[in-house]
Ligand binder design. Sequence first.
Ligand code: SF4
Length: 495
Amino acid sequence: MCGIFGIVGFEPVAPRLVAAAERLQSRGDHSTGVATFDGKLFWDHGGLGPASTVFQNYDLGQLRGAVGIAHTRYATTGGGTKEQLLRNRQPVASDRPGLRTCANGDLVNLLSARKHLMSKGYTFQTEVDAKVIQNYLIEHLLERKAHEECDDETYAARLFDAVRDLHKDLVGAYSVVTVTERGLLAFKDPHGIRPACVAFRERPGDMFGSREVAFASESSVFNYFGDYHDIREIEPGEMIFVDAKTLRVHQDRVTDAKGAFCFFEFVYFARPDSKFKGRVVEAARRDLGRVLAADFADHKSRVDVVLGVPGTGVSAGVEMARQWGIPFENGIIKVGAKRSFQETSQEKREKAIDEKFMFIKEFVDGKRVAVVDDSNVRGTTARKMARRLFDLGAKEVHLYYFCPKVIGPCYYGIDTPDESKLVAAGRTDAEIREFVGATSVNYISIEGLIRGLNLPKAELCLACVTKNYPTTIVDALERTTLRNQEQMSCAEWPA
Ligand code: SF4
């Protein structure tokens, strides 16, 4: 999971690119990078850590131009060591043709795609999907003679043909922004698994009414800036190119696109103020709490108080308590902003959880406590939560999740690569309860999830809770093995 952002419009774009990266840091902060183009030259800056570190004391005037992209990275491969993280930061670069690319998502066939490119003479100094995507784009752009002199309509058509060709080569999830020497290209895989939206902004006082165009992983970035409009999700398989000189927008879409948007964005990943498919994330979480309350209505007599795990479980917890007519207490306090899934080893994940939450004893001592959280993936948070609450005097601890049991790995960019690490995979309810040490563990059903999200099931990726993957996964094993090997070497990376 990563954050991407792009702007084509009015110089300078660098301050907005860095501000956007800061707003997307919840999607990853292993590295942050920005690239711009001034009509002649590309300008790049990036490094390890969040934007506040990477751009501290950096003169943004060095990032020249009216077009640029930014990336915040959560490493799913190429993140085993500090050196790897540095080498694999994005945007990735190409000089002939001149391109800069950021991507969010994982290619299922990354390794075979890379081997294919190497057989054609491409070399790799990085392990990231974005480089493979960019090289396939280059390959097809050269075939389509996109670099030859032509008007912007013809150029856009050649770009789109190249992306169509790339769609046939690459399997998996990818939301991409690419700076070319003529403008900014954005596209998604044919299933639109990972998010990306587009928005527009007028320049104050511009007599020609020209509009800047921007792309972001999450619409919350545009809420922050406050001056964008017509914000919408890019459709599965959609391609958008904006000419940097004219700001003319060209659009097209692959015809056989079949949407499979990651439901986990609603449950866990996305910021609460983001909106996907017309649904505000926080409202969806609240509605999932309502479904939990209805589907476990017979549990309310077992519970004295409801708590919510910050920051995703609170609105669902408040709603469940309201529906049950039971007090909600703010008894779990989050300290620090780091999300435990972003830790690259189990040991660090456990430490992060220990340091992440404080509990208010007076709200739980002697009580039968219900705790609402988004999901129970590895069981790490659940086990620690149950232990802490019992230590503080809780008589019973009942855990409720508004994500169904996660039983399958994600091959599309989320760090749940191996079934053996999933607490619900192959375990009965009693075994899960025993593993986490709670009085009861309760999950929303898949039907309940769909009801709460209020979105068509056919438009969602539910693969990690159903094991029905929207793409072929035949090449996934090789990549999973690589990732597991890298994670064994993660101890070198400071937490
Ligand atoms: Fe999202 Fe799960 Fe699909 Fe991965 S497998 S994209 S986490 S819904």
